[in-house]
Design a binder for this molecule. Sequence first.
Ligand SMILES: Nc1nc2c(ncn2[C@@H]2O[C@H](COP(=O)(O)OP(=O)(O)OP(=O)(O)O)[C@@H](O)[C@H]2O)c(=O)[nH]1
Ligand SMILES: [Mg+2]
Length: 303
Amino acid sequence: MKNNISEDNNFRCGFISIVGRPNVGKSTLVNTILKNNISIVTRKPQTTRNRILGIYTRLNYQAIFIDTPGIHINEKKVINKMMNKTALNAIMDTDLNLFLCEANRWTKEDEVALKQIKKSDAPSILLLNKIDLISPKERILESIAKLSEKHKFKEIIPICAKNRDSLNVLMDKIPFLLPDSPQLYETEMLTDRSKPFMTSEKIREKLLMQLNQEIPYGLSVEIEKFEEKNNAIDIAAVIWVERESQKGIVVGKNGNALKKIGSSARIDLANYFEKKVHLKLWVKVKENWADSERDLRSMGFEI
Ligand SMILES: Nc1nc2c(ncn2[C@@H]2O[C@H](COP(=O)(O)OP(=O)(O)OP(=O)(O)O)[C@@H](O)[C@H]2O)c(=O)[nH]1
Ligand SMILES: [Mg+2]
């Protein structure tokens, strides 16, 4: 065992799955806890597509947060089934579930997500997120009363995932909810995901942010080159679309849309990696890739 991994007998370490319907703030919560943007966040539902670990290490414990895709209804394509399965696997194989919902909104999809939570043997804490949007604040108490009847939650905690200060109540409880176990990941590690994966996600984030309607859901980003030098990183990436007609929209008039996406991705990546970034983007068509298990596998999705 490497000497920067604790072998202390009193150490606690475990997995904490963050689950809920799309758009409730799961990735925001992981990023705020870790003080690092390891998981992409947008205003659009179904942003996260994979299981992403956020590793939080303290002197006597290591909490391994699992960010998951939002559990959703209308599984239109294989990718949707894969996303829901990823979330369910995280629920079933964990030490603790953090079940997120919006404090002022309970939908059919929340109900579906709760049904999955009920299948887990692990305890679940209900987090009522986005309390900053609630006024008057007494309304939070009404939500707590209503939701406490739905399941035997270990705790119900109102939070604002965007603001770390509001997470104190939750973070104080975390170490006590983890099993006795040696440290699993090295102290410096923040995520299990590779730099090329983070890069493809940050490019996809810009696509999601800048393109409207349905198109972003038909997009995937594959890194073809990731060469890190002393002061710079050379990156080449392919943006896969599902149909020829989508290609024109992503590229835009005179290539303007793609230029804008490339430039905001480059700035973000340079900040994230703290290096100069050279970024080349191509748009290619792979017919209906999101509905093909084979294509999804070849693009690195875990099915
Ligand atoms: N006002 C407010 N907005 C929030 C809060 N937490 C998250 N958001 C916003 O909610 C939107 C969705 O956040 P995400 O973190 O991407 O949500 P998610 O649950 O990971 O979504 P999926 O990956 O699609 O399942 C973003 O616009 C966030 O900025 C919060 O505490 N308050
Ligand atoms: Mg997310």
